[in-house]
Ligand binder design. Structure first.
Ligand SMILES: *[C@@H]1O[C@H](CO)[C@@H](O)[C@H](O)[C@H]1NC(C)=O
Ligand SMILES: *[C@@H]1O[C@H](CO)[C@@H](O)[C@H](O)[C@H]1NC(C)=O
Ligand SMILES: *[C@@H]1O[C@H](CO)[C@@H](O)[C@H](O)[C@H]1NC(C)=O
Ligand SMILES: *[C@@H]1O[C@H](CO)[C@@H](O)[C@H](O)[C@H]1NC(C)=O
Length: 495
């Protein structure tokens, strides 16, 4: 509906004088005037004469009309010369609340002509109160509560997990018990003792292992030793128990170590505490027999975990156990399908980016930022829209850590009355923001084309089957109505 011939210009001086006379609307006008930095062209057109009143913006080149006026709040009519009257004009409800006119009622001394219907998380006659969703202390076991719009988020201390930190993630994963089998354990090197007859292999690194040869030891020449456990699927790890061993009457053990983890066995991340720039060095053992437990707080979600000795006594010798749980064990009761925070703002503005943004009629005030792509957002510009309508455009969410994604809800919007939406889209994702994978059809292996919206408002939900893990998610619009325009929510859980 918009092309490069469109010109915009503001109300002229006489209409400003008009407006100022209206006293109480002066502030509205002042703010409106800031967007009227006139882009009038030298070519004669309807917008060069005073056609739009009361601080309206005049636009030519749209559709069949010679011009249209975009009215400031509180005005209406083709030329914005009518004052909107009625209790809902302008909208007295805050925080995206919608206003409804009701038949006048008298309640005590208060005269009501409208009611505000509030968005979740807001209350009060004008939805002016942001409800503190933390007030009932929903987070158990020392979890830190953060108030969101209509929701809360618990930051759980390890080893507690779950929406309310109500579950303990403390299973022993099977080094001692044997659930982790030989073939899952590997190492950078192996020490062979007594003329090469004793093999101190990684498969022996089991807590409380007995016998003469009862632990893993790295080769003496190995400058960068490590031992690795492949858990065969992504698991949540909340701790590690380590133990040394004695060889020929002397104690050998790892005094300090680092931990690295990986999803795929190729790219590894060394464990750091939140906000730290240095690798965490864990304090290990002091003798050949006693155990030392270290917690991972925050927990590690990974398939592969590596223990990297930093300081060893005599040799790098280890028996160990891993502590953690399956990922789906702690998903909240609704399964792994919680809203990840587009609507509730757990996902902050800074986490949303896009290939480009559109400005209606080139006006800054009507910019369709990626930060507006929140499900059910209200307002004149209330969605993301890119500068161009082609298949190179995308909107990105950085979840800041890897989460399990199980679905997406999408929604269109209206731009000054024009219904716009994305009818087909692709989803791509990444763990590092550099290497991207596209969600595929399970059978054919082709890129999956998700069916999107059909109108300006209905929520359309698509599930990711199977779910995937990612930190970065991009929605790539593939087909659309009028212009690419998107509001959305991501579904998943905090794995
Ligand atoms: C508003 O403008 C229209 C023409 O554009 C005119 O017919 C109408 O009388 C005006 N209304 C008022 C209240 O000035
Ligand atoms: C190993 O630990 C046990 C129990 O603490 C102790 O009795 C023994 O002397 C230790 N052996 C060596 C070689 O340090
Ligand atoms: C999309 O539009 C932009 C700007 O016009 C252009 O640079 C880009 O090549 C286009 N991409 C496709 C796939 O057409
Ligand atoms: C846009 O959505 C609203 C709210 O659901 C609905 O009332 C309206 O009819 C829709 N408009 C069009 C043109 O589909």
């Amino acid at each position: 509906m918009v092309d490069s011939d469109i010109q915009t210009c503001g109300a002229n001086e006489s209409s400003q004088t008009n407006m100022t006379r209206q006293g109480n609307v002066t502030t509205v006008i002042a703010s409106t005037l800031t967007l009227l930095l006139c882009l009038c062209s030298a070519r004669g057109d309807y917008c060069e004469v005073n056609v739009c009143h009361n601080g309206a913006t005049c636009v030519t080149g749209v559709g069949d009309d010679p011009f249209i006026c975009i009215c400031a709040d509180g005005f209406s009519g083709d030329t914005c010369n009518l004052t909107e009257t009625g209790p809902c004009s302008p909208n007295p409800c805050k925080n995206d609340g919608s206003c409804e006119v009701i038949s006048p009622t008298r309640r005590g001394d208060v005269f009501n002509a409208y009611v505000c219907k509030c968005q979740p998380g807001f209350e009060g006659a004008h939805c002016q109160i942001n409800v503190n969703d933390c007030v009932d202390q929903p987070c158990k076991n020392g979890g830190m509560c953060r108030d969101l719009d209509g929701d809360y988020n618990c930051q759980c201390p390890s080893p507690y997990v779950g929406k309310q930190c109500q579950l303990r993630c403390i299973s022993l994963l099977g080094m001692e018990g044997g659930a982790i089998v030989e073939s899952q354990i590997s190492s950078s090197s192996v020490h062979f003792g007594i003329l090469g007859l004793q093999r101190w292999g990684p498969e022996l690194a089991r807590l409380n292992n007995q016998g003469i040869v009862n632990a893993w030891t790295s080769a003496a020449h190995d400058r960068n030793p490590w031992i690795e456990i492949n858990m065969q699927k992504k698991m949540r790890l909340t701790g590690i128990i380590t133990q040394g061993a004695s060889r020929m009457g002397t104690a050998e053990f790892i005094k300090a170590f680092k931990v690295a983890s990986s999803f795929d066995g190729n790219a590894y991340t060394t464990y750091r505490l939140d906000g730290q720039r240095r690798d965490k060095v864990f304090v290990g053992n002091l003798d050949n027999e006693s155990t030392k437990t270290n917690l991972f707080d925050p927990p590690i979600v990974a398939q592969y975990i590596r223990i990297i000795p930093v300081v060893c006594r005599r040799a790098c010798t280890l028996r160990m156990e891993l502590v953690g749980c399956e990922l789906n064990v702690y998903s909240n009761t609704a399964g792994c399908s919680a809203s990840l925070g587009m609507k509730s703002r757990l996902i902050s503005d800074g986490q949303l980016t896009a290939s480009s943004t559109f400005r209606t009629w080139g006006i800054d005030t009507f910019t369709w930022y990626p930060q507006f792509a929140r499900l059910d957002k209200q307002g004149k510009t209330n969605a993301w829209s890119p500068a161009h309508n082609n298949r190179s455009e995308w909107i990105q969410v950085d979840l800041e850590k890897t989460k399990r994604l199980t679905g997406i809800i999408t929604q269109g919007a209206k731009d000054f009355g024009v219904v716009q939406f994305v009818s087909v889209f692709k989803v791509v994702y990444s763990n590092d923001g550099e290497a991207w994978s596209t969600v595929k059809e399970e059978n054919s292996g082709n890129d999956k084309l998700f069916q999107g919206n059909i109108d300006n408002n209905t929520h359309r939900k698509n599930l990711f089957e199977p779910p995937f893990y990612a930190r970065f998610i991009r929605v790539v619009p593939w087909e659309w109505h009028e212009r690419i325009t998107l509001r959305m929510e991501l579904l998943g859980c905090d794995d």
